[in-house]
Design a binder for this molecule. Structure first.
Ligand SMILES: [Zn+2]
Length: 427
């Protein structure tokens, strides 16, 4: 098998990897580099920079793109691919892409195939197995690719400290059924000690986030705003449980409710059904029409609107609610301003807080006499967990991707193969 890291050997985001075996060519992820701000510039220059024959450029078409998860640094270039190339993913990722398209200005991905979990699927000369992993978006998976007697595992983005640590154990179990020739694995959190600025104050685990959320909510008799990305289903569950444990209801917007609605049937029995659960309400601003129609959105919103919480109800009893919020939603959901002593819990990557819109958001919260508190844990594996996971997988070679510091893998495993973007090598 020949492997080419088209992008990602020395950067976080924008991953695109090619595996060629026999007559098959398979692409793993096609994402936007972080420096694009996760939006494709006019003229789509980034696509041209990524010269993958048969994916964007002319040439015999690749057989499939395997999408590890729906974050734009892995999926953001898919809409620019040649239309005949199918994108394969887990059922949960497919559903999240639908929510993103309908409610969050996501791209229309075109032809998709849903892969069963843990079941080998033949794509031309390759056998592919999708295995769910824990990440800060539901539906994330690793891929085992087998061909020509070799086995390659691609981790996608993952962590061991979320709500589902058992997923990694299952990946190890499947990977260890044979000799693992190559492990292509993310190292987002690997960095020299002096560079660890933004994540220093993050909590270690998702469980710690939930405990801290309860503590924070108990410090206020005012409204609590929950600032997080709704596709981070672990975090949505943490806010839901913390709200219920403090006697509050969780008020979601149309987008977050739709994500929960789409995922409720996907092997995740523990997720509340937003249409049925009396602890979940719909924010008043969500009465507006969704960004796009179709996909049953009208019926969904008609049913959700029965659970709408009116602004007056929140103003009268702010201590009964935890409400999802982002800078663009404040004017819609709180047209008369936020109630006094509002506590906003910021639960995402700290870097966004430097943006003007988040600075304005903080000022609006401060003006109520309240405050903004950060409470977060990373979506990416801790360096010590990375070392133990690689040890458990026991690959012949490790290829670092999705990292700013591939050289730091040298301290984790004896056989590290440092790839260079665009240069093929044998597995
Ligand atoms: Zn990523």
């Amino acid at each position: 098998m020949k492997v080419t890291i088209h992008r990602g050997s020395r950067q976080i985001g924008g991953s695109c990897i090619e595996i060629a075996a026999g007559r098959s060519r398979i692409i793993l992820d096609a994402g936007l580099p972080l420096e694009t701000g996760m939006e494709l510039p006019k003229g789509r220059k980034e696509v041209l920079d990524l010269n993958v024959p048969g994916l964007f450029a002319p040439g015999p078409p690749v057989d499939a793109v395997l999408l590890s998860h729906a974050h734009p640094d892995h999926s953001g270039l898919l809409a620019s691919r040649r239309a005949e190339i199918p994108v394969c993913m887990t059922g949960a990722t497919s559903r999240i892409l639908t929510s993103l398209y309908l409610f969050a200005r996501g791209d229309w991905i075109g032809e998709r195939r849903t892969l069963p979990e843990h079941e080998p699927v033949v794509i031309e000369d390759c056998t592919v197995t999708a295995m769910p992993v824990d990440h800060s978006i539901a539906g994330a998976c690793a891929f085992l690719i087998e061909a020509e007697g070799k086995r390659i595992l691609y981790s996608g983005d993952l962590r061991l400290h979320g709500r589902k640590p058992g997923m990694a154990k299952r990946v190890v179990e499947v990977a260890r059924r044979g000799h693992l020739d190559l492990l292509i694995i993310e190292g987002t959190r690997l960095c020299p000690a002096d560079a660890e600025a933004t994540s220093d104050h993050y909590l270690r685990t998702e469980k710690e986030v939930e405990v801290r959320l309860v503590e924070l909510i108990r410090t206020t008799g005012g409204l609590v705003l929950a600032c997080f990305g709704p596709t981070n289903i672990d975090r949505l569950v943490s806010f839901f449980r913390a709200a219920v444990n403090t006697g509050r209801q969780l008020a979601l917007d149309a987008y977050a409710s739709h994500v929960l609605h789409m995922l409720k049937g996907i092997g995740r029995g523990g997720l509340p059904d937003p249409m049925k659960c009396d602890k979940i309400r719909l924010l008043p601003g969500s009465g507006a029409t969704p960004a796009k129609s179709g996909g049953g959105t009208k019926a969904f919103l008609d049913r959700m609107r029965r659970k709408i919480v009116m602004t007056e109800e929140i103003y009268a009893n702010p201590n009964r609610f935890v409400a999802i919020a982002r800078p663009s939603s404040l004017g819609r959901d709180f047209p008369h301003g936020l109630p006094p002593n509002t506590l906003a819990v910021y639960s995402m990557w700290s870097g966004y807080r430097d943006k003007a819109e988040w600075r304005d958001f903080t000022a609006a919260v401060d003006a109520t006499g309240g405050r903004v508190e950060e409470c977060h844990t990373s979506g990416h594996i801790h360096p010590d967990d990375l070392r133990s996971l690689i040890g458990d997988l026991n690959p012949a070679h490790v290829v670092p991707v999705h990292t700013g510091f591939p050289e730091m893998f040298e301290g984790l495993w004896p056989n590290v193969r440092r790839a260079e973007d665009g240069v093929p090598f044998d597995a």
